[in-house]
Design a protein around this ligand. Structure first.
Ligand code: IPM
Ligand code: MG
Length: 367
């Protein structure tokens, strides 16, 4: 088999962790006998710098990605570009348009905390004796992020700003199918998060969830209001299996989930479009953690989120699940052997502090 991907390292720690991820990808392609063709393109601040602040998303980047099976994304943004006009800032000018352009409506963010890493979680360890494993399924191309009208104007002598939260039933159905399907491969429980006591979009969301659930009689469905979900997530994270929710709620809850997992540097993500005839998805794969400008350039960032993003890509877009499994266990082995980048290092017995390249090398060796 031969696969084509575009690599968009971006800004901050993006290029550093991407370098390790690409080594792991190459090693897995040799071991599992598939070819990977990849080209690297500009995105985010790196693209702004290269184009004289013209665009954070050059047309070549989109064109190359259109021909690819998947996008492996690093991270974008940083203080250098924060004062540019909003529409060309890395996040609003590159990340959101990429999601929209490729119809990547389903954002999968696995938030897990392995029992060996519960001490890194800010949640009291006695609450999570066995760690936890939650999959957040966030709707990614609708809701208040993209709803029209949005804008700002002068009304009765003062500035007024507005955004619109809007969902079509078909959009809600699509993301719920993703959640129920994912649950079937896990513990078969879906928690749908909404604010059905206040928002019209949430009333439609809940109705639709109940309706879609009838097609998955083997999966249990329950509902939580978003404020309660935020609370339950820190109180009993191990009680959740799959969380499904709209764009803005998912943005917030997935950061909370990342935090209680111990380190943002561990969490990959997949943003997927429609399933294709071959059973695979076009997708964009990126660490949940962002560009971390405070530690960029020092070679100390945790490459695991980027490496696990490679594994998600192999699984969902390239159909190489054996290679994905092998990468997952190579990462787990590195953790089990006590290797810790700075974000995870506590100085406990059995821990060895390593940098980005050393962690990458250890995972490569395990593979
Ligand atoms: C994320 C990020 C983005 C989002 C920002 C950078 C636009 O926070 O991927 O969670 O809100 O979706
Ligand atoms: Mg976010």
């Amino acid at each position: 088999m031969s696969h084509t991907i575009t690599v968009l390292p971006g800004d901050g720690i993006g290029p550093e962790v991407m370098a390790e991820a690409l080594k792991v990808l190459e090693a897995s392609s040799e071991k599992f006998h598939f070819d990977i063709e990849h080209t690297t393109h500009l995105v985010g601040g790196a693209a702004l710098d290269a184009t004289g602040n013209k665009t954070p998303l050059p047309p070549e980047t989109i064109a190359a990605s259109e021909k690819a099976d998947a996008i492996l994304f690093g991270s974008v943004g940083g203080p250098k570009w924060e004062n540019l006009p909003p529409e060309i800032q890395p996040e609003r000018g590159a990340l959101l348009p990429l999601r929209k352009h490729f119809g990547l409506f389903a954002n999968l963010r696995p938030g897990s905390c392995h029992p060996s890493l519960t001490h890194a979680s800010p949640v009291k360890n006695e609450l999570i004796p066995n760690g936890f494993d939650v999959l957040c399924v966030r709707e990614l191309t609708g809701g208040i992020y993209f709803g029209e009208p949005k804008g700002r104007e002068e009304r009765a002598g003062e500035p007024v700003a507005f955004d619109t939260m809007v969902y079509k039933k078909s959009e809600i159905e699509k993301i719920l199918h993703v959640a129920f399907t994912a649950a079937r491969g896990r513990d078969k429980r879906v928690t749908s998060v909404d604010t059905a006591n206040v928002l019209a979009t949430s009333v439609l969301w809940r109705e639709t969830a109940i309706e879609v659930a009838t097609q998955y009689p083997d999966v249990a469905l329950d509902h939580l209001y978003v404020d309660n979900a935020a609370m339950q997530l820190v109180k009993r994270p191990d009680s959740f299996d799959v969380l499904v929710t709209e764009n803005l709620f998912g943005d917030i809850l997935s950061d909370e989930m990342a935090m209680i997992s111990g380190s943002l540097g561990m969490l990959p993500s997949a943003s997927l479009g429609n399933i294709q005839d071959n059973g695979l998805y076009f997708g964009m794969y990126e660490p949940s953690g962002g560009s971390a400008p405070d530690i960029a350039g020092q070679g100390i960032a945790n490459p695991i989120a980027q490496i696990l993003s490679v594994s998600m890509m192999l699984r969902y877009s390239l159909g190489e699940s054996e290679a994905a499994d092998a990468i997952d266990s190579a990462v787990q082995q590195a953790i089990d052997s006590g290797l810790r980048t700075g974000d995870l290092f506590t100085g406990a017995e059995g821990e060895t502090r390593v940098n980005t390249a050393e962690m990458g090398q250890a995972i490569l060796t395990n593979l």
